[in-house]
Ligand binder design. Structure first.
Ligand code: NAI
Ligand code: A1CAB
Length: 264
């Protein structure tokens, strides 16, 4: 598979790292304006670094776009004459619809929107996918690419903004919870490094328990909460302080913002 990542910034580099570690490409182009920031990728023989998006598009079949929304339309315009029938265009760009892409490159192109998160770098992204009508023929290919680097779910395009909040922004939300747990552990006497280790691995274990068992979180909570014990004491205090409510309110605020951004 010949893959180009157009706009190798925070997300693009994470995707490139995930693809390289999962052996998911026969060749890869990475484009961005400041190539200095991509140092290290040169070590991989099959990676070409360039500022020239046209060179990357001409040399690849799968095009993954990871630029900021305001740059996307002009980049599509600048490469559309190079597109051929086999090109699959995958956009990770927030708030840029499939119909807006079709308006530039035409409705017959295979167009897919993907919403991964930065855990793609370590093969653990939750990636949501949606396609235009033509793209339905290539959506399994896109899912195969992203399944090598985590878990995928096909969704209607209307849910893409909600998926952005839960999965892409969600990484930051979970990081903050891990940091807060770390701070609590330090207050209880662990040094900073140990505290972080305890928080990260407990968080990873909780998610893995649910993934592997298929249980509802409350079922697992019930196994931990000894009557009159310390877990229920802590949990109830967290709820009195608004833990669930503040998370839900944050998610809704994030969604309101993305809706506002998408309206332009
Ligand atoms: N950062 C994240 O966790 C996620 C970001 N997204 C979306 O992915 C897109 C990229 O986000 P980030 O990686 O955070 O942004 P970023 O700003 O870190 O990366 C964008 C890259 O595109 C490059 N660029 C700008 N103009 C270019 C051009 N003409 N040709 C080639 N490269 C060019 C920039 O130099 C930069 O390195 C955004 O649309 C964002 O909404 C989606 C999911 C998660
Ligand atoms: O914060 C943002 O707006 C972008 C979209 C999801 C992750 N980063």
């Amino acid at each position: 598979m010949k893959i180009a990542i157009i706009g190798a910034g925070n997300l693009g580099v994470s995707i490139a790292t995930g693809i390289l570690h999962s052996g998911g490409a026969t060749s890869m182009y990475l484009t961005r304006r400041n190539l200095e920031a991509l140092k290290g990728f040169e070590e991989y023989g099959r990676v070409t670094l360039t500022r020239d998006n046209r060179e990357a598009v001409a040399g690849s079949d799968i095009l993954i776009f990871a630029v900021q929304p305001l740059h996307f339309a002009s980049i599509l315009e600048s490469v559309k004459d190079l597109l051929h029938d086999n090109h699959v265009l995958i956009s990770t760009i927030t708030g840029f619809s499939l119909s807006a892409m079709e308006a530039i490159v035409g409705p017959d192109r295979y167009l897919i929107r993907a919403m991964p998160n930065t855990a793609i770098a370590v093969g653990r992204s939750m990636t949501c996918l949606a396609s235009n009508e033509a793209g339905k023929k290539r959506v399994e290919l896109a899912a195969a690419i992203f399944n090598r680097m985590g878990h995928t779910l096909m969704i209607p395009e209307q849910q893409m903004q909600a998926a952005t909040v839960i999965c892409a922004s969600g990484i930051a939300f979970w990081m903050r919870l891990i940091r807060a747990t770390t701070q609590g552990a330090i207050q209880l006497g662990f040094d900073a490094k140990e505290a972080r280790e305890l928080a990260m691995h407990t968080c990873g274990g909780a998610a893995e328990l649910l993934i592997q068992s298929g249980h509802h979180p409350e079922e697992e909570i019930d196994r931990v909460t000894t009557p009159m014990g310390c877990t229920i004491e802590g949990l109830n205090e967290m709820e009195h302080q608004g833990l669930s409510s503040s998370l839900i309110k944050g998610i809704v605020a994030s969604y309101d913002k993305i809706t506002q951004i998408s309206k332009g």
